[in-house]
Design a protein around this ligand. Structure first.
Ligand code: GLC
Length: 529
């Protein structure tokens, strides 16, 4: 074994670039804004920044609809500003991870415009075109994740094209070798500009059923779930040939000059996630693990899930954890602001690479967006989906001024907090703040190998709390988390446990823990055992 891969010990911070920092007063965050905030990442103590897309785009899906995969959208900056950003982050030892969106392009991409022209167009086969079904409707029952059918009819050529997301996001045909080569070139372009890896958007969607069979109904569908969840996406995505596709991408990335990471967006249960690591280290290094998002927030359920995930990991595979992203309601809204602190302690003390969503370190909640300011097409398209994803994408509050230091202009969405005291500026100096807690946790994690690379094991205690240990060599930490809003008495099997290294309720530092531990409501502690 050579040296340990950097992405195993790192903490990744996700930036939604439109909402992070505006540098030119147009109300939209940009690359120069990220560069200006480079010191914040170091101060906070994260090791890598993954940014959602900032490539040329008509912004139908705010950058996830790309019209040129190898250029920067003018609203975000230029390639020169991109290089500056990478330089500024690298100078601070922070890696840069890009969002790679291989499943679709924008409908304004020159490839699609050419594909649209005629059935005989050279680029026709770059997208997924099908004739109407015998009954004259769409070719099958596949549902778009942005609402409605996945198929859009083109009257001029008499065929439908497939779009797993918006109709402005036509799916590329990954069975076509020329498409694969073109997308490999995209990766090579950015690798040559010194990036450290990619998060692959909607990666499972690259593998669709060759015979275009219907998706079967989803027996777990509940009223109120988004319409696409009525079916199980086993034909429209996640086909068995996905692993060969990923292996192809991995070969390109492994051939780059820097050691790079591939993260993949996969919403799967522990057992289903495992194959995405690849059979022979030719898969994703970090197939995103979203299981904390949907596991009931109860000690036993989470312990069982962590154990199942750990057990499902192939040999040598490294775990990862996510509490939120630009598609999910914020953790402080889902669990409440007190429990969000416990959740942060969990995220940063589990075994595996944590991916931290911007603003969660401030305990930001979903914003209520006035109806006339809703921008997310997913929200606007799907009745019953409320405000879509805007509430979790609001601009970062840097200070307590009216525009929160995000912009000098009119912010594209309301700034991320309507309460005083939630900004970075206000929380920085407050030792009891969520920001201070997050930073302390990150420091502890950085200092203690047991917390970054140590083993994970369940600790059996009396009392309904989540308890586990992390150990590395002689070092051992025990983490005890009260997931409820009432005090708990915990009893350990051993007479002496150790000293509290950190509590969500600050004041307990260095307190000795013996067989019994009293936890306040919503309290979590890390004990140096
Ligand atoms: C992924 C992204 C989401 C986007 C979609 C289409 O799920 O996370 O934001 O809308 O892909 O690219």
């Amino acid at each position: 074994m050579g040296t340990r891969a950097w992405w195993r010990d790192c903490v990744i911070y996700q930036v939604y670039p439109r909402s992070f920092q505006d540098s030119n007063g147009d109300g939209i965050g940009d690359l120069r804004g990220i560069t200006e905030r480079a010191d914040y990442f170091s101060w906070l103590g994260v090791d890598a920044v993954w940014s959602s897309p900032f490539f040329t785009s008509p912004m139908a899906d705010f950058g996830y609809d790309i019209a040129n995969f190898t250029d920067i959208d003018p609203s975000y900056g230029s390639l020169a500003e991109f290089d500056e950003m990478v330089g500024a982050l690298h100078a601070r030892g922070i890696r840069v991870i890009l969002d790679f969106v291989p499943n679709h392009s924008s409908d304004r991409h020159p490839w699609f415009l050419q594909s649209l022209r005629s059935r005989r167009s050279k680029k026709r086969g770059w997208y997924i075109w099908r004739c109407p079904s015998p009954g004259a409707g769409p070719p099958n029952n596949w549902q778009s994740m942005a609402g409605g059918s996945s198929w859009e009819f083109d009257g001029t050529t008499g065929q439908y094209y497939c779009h797993t997301f918006l109709k402005q996001q036509p799916d590329l045909n990954w069975r076509n070798g020329a498409v694969r080569e073109a997308m490999y070139d995209v990766l090579r372009f950015w690798l040559a500009r010194s990036v450290d890896g990619f998060r692959i958007d909607a990666v499972g969607c690259l593998a669709k059923d060759e015979q275009f069979r219907d998706d079967p109904p989803n027996p777990d569908y509940h009223e109120g779930d988004p319409p696409f969840a009525r079916n199980r996406m086993v034909m429209s995505a996640n086909g068995p040939h996905i692993h060969a596709i990923i292996a192809g991408i991995r070969r390109v990335v492994d051939a780059g000059a820097r050691e790079s990471v591939l993260i993949g967006e996969v919403y799967l249960k522990p057992g289903e996630l495992a194959p995405y690591y690849g059979a022979t280290a030719d898969g994703l290094q970090l197939p995103t693990n979203f299981n904390l998002l949907w596991t009931p927030w109860r000690a036993a359920a989470i312990e069982d899930m962590v154990e199942a995930y750990e057990a499902a990991l192939p040999k040598g595979a490294w775990p990862n954890w996510v509490l939120g992203n630009h598609d999910q309601s914020r953790i402080a809204t889902r669990l409440g602001k007190h429990q969000a602190r416990v959740a942060m302690m969990l995220l940063l003390t589990l075994r595996g690479t944590p991916i931290l969503y911007y603003g969660d370190e401030l305990g930001l909640e979903d914003m209520r967006i006035p109806q006339d300011r809703i921008r997310d097409p997913f929200g606007l398209n799907m009745p019953g989906m409320g405000q879509g994803r805007d509430p979790q994408r609001c601009p970062m509050p840097w200070d307590e001024t009216e525009k929160a230091g995000f912009t000098a202009g009119e912010p594209w969405l309301p700034v991320g907090t309507d309460k005083p005291g939630q900004s970075v500026e206000a929380q920085r100096g407050d030792r009891g703040s969520m920001l201070s807690l997050t930073r302390e946790l990150l420091r502890l994690r950085r200092r203690e190998a047991a917390l970054s690379r140590g083993d994970w094991s369940r600790v059996k205690v009396e009392g309904e709390v989540l308890a586990y240990a992390r150990s590395f060599g002689k070092m051992r930490f025990v983490i005890v988390l009260n997931l409820e809003a009432r005090p708990k008495s915990v009893r350990f099997p051993a007479p002496a446990i150790g000293r509290i290294a950190l509590s969500t309720h600050g004041h307990r530092k260095a307190e000795r823990v013996r067989q019994c531990l009293e936890l306040a409501a919503n309290e979590g502690v890390v004990i140096a055992a």
